[in-house]
Design a protein around this ligand. Structure first.
Ligand SMILES: [Zn+2]
Ligand SMILES: [Zn+2]
Length: 713
């Protein structure tokens, strides 16, 4: 072969490389911190932003065909516009995650000579700390940019070796979500850096560069990753294998709070995209919960060919001016309850009259909607679980965790739930996603495991699941599970449970009333989670008070089976009266963009510590042996009646009970017209048992908070 003369080589290389006009032009290489006038949104951002808007002058030739503007954005919550020479190009993506996005600039948008790019917040009602920058102008159309190279990913199950629905997350070399060249279709749901596949296979374009690709399948599965180096024109193929890690046999994965853009009118997930995301996140029992409509997702699950992974349930987020309630199961064709009622009793009458409905969940009770915060201090005494205006508390479940509306402080909703149980109400704790989106707040991140035969996810016994749910036979999950059992069994069954029949007859789980022999109660707990989640602590509560705790470190797992982070036993003295036990496990939040734990939706503080959480349902100990659940309220009521107005006698009776009972008694005593603030009362209280004093103090603190909030109404 004759070597080409040097001059020809030079000419060839000139022809092959883009001309100067086609070279990308960097307009801003760093990231800028922007915020309008107003308080800092997050304390992790500097006190003073670098500007309230970004204005970037640059010179360029005019574009006679579509060009592309690339930028990186972080922490965008409000609406931010992108304008070029005074003309609106688009908005930043309303998503707090770190991402690289691309905007098409139509022919003529870029002028010959001077140009100005401007990025500013449109709606100036709330301050939003954002970072934006790494802005590059590419003189070629967006589609070309994003399809320079091609990736084909297959995701298979380790056991069956078959392709499975999965979420693929694509990060660029800096670790930001990388927009891909693909659109949602009959088997993909696509957002910047996120490709959900219903079929376990995805093909998408990417600009040349280095990437990390993750494949996951929700909470129960492992996480696989691959590094990819792509040059223009190249096609890379990768197969990623996932393994089921978390033993949840005998429980179905339920998300009680699933929205779509198609039927709720906001968010971004069409009902078709929703079917793909549900299958890919491993939700087996999705409850359709669009606002004031009752959608049967069955035809959509079939249309998207994911019906074999799940059993859809018709529900409704009854969205009222006085609270939001998820209700299910709804009979097909039933008329939705009247959501215009503003009185809880009438509202619940309508809800329970809706054919089929057995579950009514009070949603996000500490968030403000239409000016009402159901569990805020103006309406709710958090120490005793009472509504201050006598609203009928007829819901039978409440969200203790909503992964789209996480709380600055994770604990109050859990304590609210435990206070309701102490008040004698039968309330099931719920974790849900409230997802309206494909990727921003994704479906199934918060979820509830319900005890139910789960062997065929396409044919779940909804009636059984609903009945067990109402009984409280559940575990709330947000990256962890806390399993709890009570009884003589020396340990939880080693093999996964398939329902009661496999468990020892003297072992009791959540939602059950445990009969107790002897003067000690054996409590066994396990903390479960996939390898990519860490647990740090598990706490055992009795009637809402912590009584045992254990620290968990990555080494704690030792030779425990995969998916088990910790396992332990506590022996507790038999209580003098009935109590309920629940275990809550926590760990550090997830930074990885494949499952990022989102910032609080309505933050109450600029400080934020993310967590993963698992919470067991409640196990009742029938310590008084009367065959029923007696709540702190029941004992308190008896003690108050028996005291016949004698405060010293009441305190004496309460010395046999716990703090929760004392708090309930304090409320009953005060409600009967007695003062808790008189000198005589204070003096008598100082002689009372420590738990009694603590209960009265907790009640009084909550009551004072109520007075302040109500004075300000
Ligand atoms: Zn809601
Ligand atoms: Zn909702």
């Amino acid at each position: 072969m004759n070597p080409l003369p040097t001059a020809s080589l030079l000419l060839l290389s000139l022809l092959a490389s883009p001309s100067a006009a086609e070279e990308p032009k960097t307009l801003l290489s760093e990231l800028r911190h922007l915020r309008i006038d107003g308080p800092r949104e997050w304390s992790k951002f500097p006190e003073t932003p670098e500007g309230d808007a970004l204005e970037l002058p640059f010179t360029s030739p005019a574009n006679d065909r579509e060009w592309t503007l690339q930028l990186r954005q972080q922490d965008v919550k409000q609406s931010w516009s992108v304008t070029l020479n005074g003309k609106k190009i688009d908005r930043l993506v309303g998503d707090e995650n770190d991402m690289i996005v691309y905007f098409a600039l139509p022919a003529g948008a870029v002028r010959q000579g001077e140009n100005t790019l401007r990025i500013e917040q449109e709606n100036r009602r709330a301050s939003d700390d954002v970072r934006v920058g790494q802005i590059v102008l590419h003189p070629q159309p967006r589609e070309n940019m994003l399809s320079a190279a091609t990736v084909e990913v297959r995701v298979i199950d380790a056991e069956s070796q078959e392709p499975i629905p999965a979420r693929i997350t694509v990060l660029n070399a800096q670790g930001a979500l990388q927009t891909v060249g693909a659109k949602s279709n009959d088997h993909l749901a696509v957002r910047p850096g996120v490709v959900y596949t219903a079929a376990g296979a995805a093909r998408f374009g990417l600009p040349a560069g280095n990437y990390t690709i993750y494949a996951g399948r929700g909470f129960e599965y492992s996480l696989a990753s691959a590094e990819i180096e792509l040059t223009s024109g190249q096609t890379a193929r990768r197969t990623l294998t996932l393994r089921r890690e978390v033993p949840t046999d005998g429980y179905v994965a339920c998300d009680t709070h699933v929205h779509t853009l198609s039927h709720s009118g906001h968010g971004d997930a069409t009902v078709q995209e929703r079917m793909i995301t549900l299958a890919a996140e491993g939700i087996e029992l999705p409850i359709a919960a669009d606002h004031n409509v009752q959608i049967d997702q069955e035809p959509f699950a079939r249309e998207m060919r994911v019906r074999r992974y799940l059993t859809p349930v018709i529900g409704n987020e009854v969205t009222t001016k006085v609270g939001h309630f998820n209700v299910f199961p709804v009979q097909a064709g039933a008329a939705p309850p009247d959501h215009t009622r503003t009185e809880w009793n009438a509202l619940f009458d309508g809800i329970y009259a809706t054919p089929g409905v057995k579950v009514v969940i009070l949603n996000h009770a500490r968030d403000l909607h239409s000016g009402v915060r159901p569990f805020g201090p103006a309406l709710f005494n958090a120490a005793v679980g009472e509504n201050l205006d006598g609203w009928a508390m007829r819901f039978n479940a409440m969200e203790v965790l909503n992964s789209s509306a996480t709380q600055s402080d994770i604990w109050p909703l859990f304590h609210d739930w435990m206070a309701l149980l102490n008040r004698g109400r039968s309330v099931t704790p719920v974790g849900s996603s409230d997802s309206h989106d494909v990727a921003r707040h994704f479906v199934g991140q918060g979820r509830t495991y319900i005890r139910c035969d789960d062997r065929d996810p396409s044919n779940l016994d909804t009636a059984q699941a609903v009945e067990n749910f109402v009984q409280g036979q559940v575990m709330v999950s947000y990256g962890l599970l806390a399993e709890l059992a009570v009884g003589q069994a020396s340990s939880l069954p080693e093999s996964p449970k398939t329902g009661r029949q496999d468990a020892s007859p003297t072992t009791y789980g959540p939602g059950e009333l445990a009969q107790i022999d002897g003067d000690q109660v054996q409590v066994t707990a396990r903390v479960l989670g996939p390898h990519w989640v860490e647990a740090s602590q598990v706490i055992l509560f009795a009637n809402g008070q912590p009584i045992r705790e254990a620290a968990i470190s990555p080494n704690t797992a030792g030779d425990l089976p995969p998916g088990v982070k910790w396992r332990g036993q506590w022996s507790i003295p038999r209580p003098k009266h009935d109590v309920f036990l629940t275990a809550i496990a926590i760990g550090p939040g997830i930074d990885g963009l494949y499952w990022k734990t989102a910032k609080p939706y309505q933050p109450t503080s600029p400080d934020w510590t993310p967590h993963v959480i698992g919470c067991s349902g409640a196990i009742w100990l029938d310590a008084d042996g009367d065959g029923r659940r007696s709540a702190a309220y029941d004992y308190a009521q008896r003690a108050v009646v028996a005291a016949k107005g004698d405060f010293t006698a009441l305190l004496k009776a309460l010395s046999n009970y716990d703090q929760a009972t004392a708090a309930q008694a304090a409320n009953l005593w005060q409600t009967a017209g007695n003062s808790l603030l008189s000198e005589a009362t204070s003096t008598a209280l100082r002689q009372a048992a420590p738990a009694t004093q603590a209960g009265f103090q907790t009640y009084l603190n909550a009551w004072r908070e109520n007075q302040i909030a109500r004075a300000g109404r």
